[in-house]
Design a protein around this ligand. Structure first.
Ligand code: FUB
Length: 332
């Protein structure tokens, strides 16, 4: 009898231990870590959708002299990412020597155009600035389209870096760009080989909002133009993203507030972002880089995605940066 009781107690404790371990596993899978979304030091991610796939084009985040190529990443559900190595490198862009930064991409007439910064020029006397490369596929290989930079001078004080290629609702394309706390908008020619003047005759129109540092991004929602940018220093913890809303891509843009920043429990230096909208699920995502806790090296940046929400007035809600990331959101 005593033996039977001991056996029962033993079996019961086994069952409890098993149930507990199952519960622990369940917690692990439902809280799966999704951020960062792929491994390696990468920054300035531009997220977009081509042919029912999500694509991310980041800066390879290393010493400037090592930034001589770019990788891209694709996914059909936002969770599993495939790396496409070296979609462009300086071997095919003769004037670019280093600091290939902040790719921005558009598809037009069956081709893919990749705008990028190179050389981190500090004055009009240096070679470099913003270039454009072209390919037949989103994964490249991209070849220099002009054999020289598209913008190689400072205009209105804007360093020619951090370009964003924006397609307006009427089909016109603009380049919105600028570092050193100045942002310009310039209307692209149809073949992206240069610029057309604005209505007032100018080519580079300054639209800098209060607090702007670099990393501009624009999208349209319900007919309104949302302009977003990065603030603070990119090597520090306070790097962040703020935004404004206007009726026109030319502004005026009045700063509304910060929507992305560090969380001392998760990561620091969250900034230089882009936005993806899945029209099928209706979800909006912010793709951005941040620095893991404890990292102080400026280049140690990783790419993450979190959900971006709006309130009933159309304002962007402050984003909660997470380790979990986002759930699968297939495009098909
Ligand atoms: O990655 C190089 C530079 O860091 C970018 O151009 C800036 O926007 C900052 O993110």
């Amino acid at each position: 009898m005593r033996n039977k009781l001991a056996l029962c107690t033993f079996l019961l404790s086994l069952t409890v231990a098993y149930a507990f371990s199952q519960e622990k596993n369940k917690t692990k899978t439902s809280k799966q870590q999704g951020n960062p979304i792929f491994s390696g030091w990468y920054a300035d991610p531009e997220g977009t959708i081509f042919n029912n796939k999500y694509w991310i084009y980041p800066t390879y985040s290393a010493k400037y002299e090592e930034q001589v190529f770019m990788d891209a990443f694709s996914s059909s559900d936002l969770r599993k990412w495939k790396k496409h190595p070296r979609i462009i490198d300086t071997a095919s862009v003769k004037w670019a020597k280093k600091a290939m930064w902040a790719p921005s991409i558009v598809a037009k007439d069956g081709k893919y155009y990749l705008f990028f910064g190179a050389n981190d020029i500090q004055s009009d006397q240096e070679t470099g600035g913003i270039g454009v490369a072209v390919a037949d596929k989103p994964e490249g290989p991209f070849k220099d389209d002009l054999g020289k930079p598209l913008i190689d001078k400072f205009h209105n004080g804007a360093q020619p870096i951090d370009q964003f290629a924006f397609r307006d609702q009427d089909g016109k394309y603009y380049l919105i760009y600028g570092g050193w706390q100045h942002c310009n908008i310039a209307r692209l020619k149809d073949d992206f080989t240069g610029f057309l003047p604005h209505a007032d005759g100018s080519i580079f129109k300054e639209i800098t909002p209060q607090g702007y540092v670099e990393g501009p991004f624009m999208f349209v929602r319900d007919g309104k133009y949302y302009f977003m940018w990065s603030e603070g220093g990119w090597t520090g913890p306070n790097y962040s993203v703020a935004y404004a809303i206007s009726d026109s891509p030319m502004g005026p843009f009045k700063r509304i507030g910060k929507i992305l920043q560090q969380d001392p429990a998760v990561a620091t230096g969250a900034g230089h972002h882009s936005v993806i909208h899945n029209q099928k699920s209706g979800k909006w995502y912010i793709v951005y880089h941040r620095r893991p806790l404890g990292e102080t090296n400026g280049n140690h940046r990783v790419v993450c995605i979190d959900e971006m929400r709006f309130n009933e007035k159309g304002e962007i809600q402050p984003v909660k940066i997470t380790f979990e990331g986002v759930a699968a959101d297939p495009l098909r």
